[in-house]
Unconditional design. Structure first.
Length: 195
């Protein structure tokens, strides 16, 4: 069991095609440890959460997101900062994933999570603090360190969205290594996954 790779599901709290946070998440592929895999899920088709819609039948896009999350050992979330918080699209996706639906537990429950963000002068510090509070609802195991806040994000990527800053690349690699190591510890002690 411990020889199986750590499967990571990544998603971005932005729908913009040229989002710096999408670029940052894509850059994770370039520093991904050999014993990890990364699937990136685009939130663009996730509808607004509505309990009436949920009762009528969970939309196909939400079901696909649920299945990807259930199959993941860990999550990698990249968030912009909108008005000192996370974007509505990210909160909406988390609201859907916090629900048990037809399963005994919600897809979010007990996952290991790494948070990162690319933004302006503060590098999404307020958004990340708020996101940590939100993730506490489903008892996720959010990495405290290293913190990945990319300030003045526009200077870290080229016109094609490639990460060109070596220090940021090194920090991203360290974040993924920590996510892997913590996920392996959790895998070895499944009794604490939902504590």
């Amino acid at each position: 069991m411990t020889n199986q790779p750590i499967n990571v599901l990544g998603f971005v709290g932005s729908l913009r095609q040229k989002s710096n946070n999408k670029y940052l998440l894509n850059a994770a592929h370039t520093v991904l440890p050999a014993d990890m895999s990364l699937e990136i899920f685009d939130l663009i088709d996730i509808p607004m959460f509505n309990q009436d819609v949920e009762a009528e039948g969970i939309p196909a896009s939400v079901l696909a997101f649920r299945e990807s999350m259930k199959a993941a050992d860990a999550l990698l979330i990249a968030t912009p900062e909108y008005n000192w918080s996370i974007p509505g699209v990210l909160k909406n996706a988390l609201d859907w994933m916090s629900r048990k639906g037809p399963d005994p537990q919600a897809p979010l429950d007990g996952k290991t999570v790494a948070i990162m963000g690319a933004g302006g002068g503060g590098g999404t510090v307020r958004a990340q603090m708020h996101l940590r509070d939100i993730l506490g609802h489903n008892r996720l195991h959010v990495l405290p360190h290293p913190q990945m806040m990319v300030a003045k994000a526009w200077s870290h990527f080229d016109a094609d969205g490639n990460l060109i800053d070596d220090a940021t690349r090194d920090r991203l690699g360290s974040l993924l290594l920590e996510l892997r190591d913590f996920s392996l510890k959790l895998r070895a002690q499944p009794e604490i996954a939902h504590v």
